[in-house]
Ligand binder design. Sequence first.
Ligand SMILES: C[S@@+](CC[C@H](N)C(=O)[O-])C[C@H]1O[C@@H](n2cnc3c(N)ncnc32)[C@H](O)[C@@H]1O
Length: 282
Amino acid sequence: MTPNELITKGSNFLKQNNIKTHMLDSELILSSVTGKQREDFLLKDDFKLNLKQIKSFNDLISRRALLKEPIAYLTNKKEFWSIKFNVDKAVLIPRPETEILVEKIIKYYKGRNPFILDIGTGSGCIIISLLREFKKSKGIAIDISNKALNIAKRNSINYDTFDRLKFINSSISTFDRFKFDIIVSNPPYIAQHQLKNLDKDIKNFEPKIALNGGNDGLDVVRKVIYKSRKILKINGMLALEIGNGQYKKVSQILKLNKFREKFFIKDFRDNIRCIFSVLDHY
Ligand SMILES: C[S@@+](CC[C@H](N)C(=O)[O-])C[C@H]1O[C@@H](n2cnc3c(N)ncnc32)[C@H](O)[C@@H]1O
């Protein structure tokens, strides 16, 4: 069987099992088991697949089709800000919405070298992307999950930012070192009672600690805002990702904590997704 025949077979099976991105997923899975680029299959279809590769391909296709396991966990890769991050079930799969946060910070701080804290770093996608742009910046990445930090460390080694980045296994509640120019966070923000309504591929596979924001979804958001007030430099920026419909409440919490909102950004579906605010005085 040629690579393209196998891709078509996998894609058909995924389609029968209602996977919308069936062709792409099938290509990504074959790419992952062969170590080849997706484009290689388009250009050249004459290389031989060995039995082990075909078996791995079939296993991964079944997991995707029948268990709805996310493609990023099957291939252990997710592209974010044009680089491929290592991921596994210990970390949230980086989302395109979070790139909005990164894009805005890069534009706003162009030409500067801010000292950055990333709260709840997960795979490290935010802070590593930022440090790759701000070549002389340093940063700290904290996470309550040690397993997540290990993945983030590996990513920072792969993408040449390890010498400028310190990793700390801590909850934001107990962290209070240094003063930062930017604090960025994509905290868990799904209300606990809504977790059961999430799509199967999210609720059955992504870490609860990365999703669960407590009763109203804002438990960790509150902790981040409260602590940022103490560890942000005056005029420092807090860049927060929030969930759908949380803007009003988060705005109030920011105001109560002496933050002045600078701007917000909407996502591709027109929901307010990120809030940027500055600390005027203590
Ligand atoms: C939504 S994920 C974001 C991961 C990554 N920053 C991203 O944008 O893809 C939230 C992360 O916050 C971490 N976390 C949850 N509660 C925390 C806390 N109290 N203090 C620090 N990190 C926390 C989780 O372990 C998880 O890695």
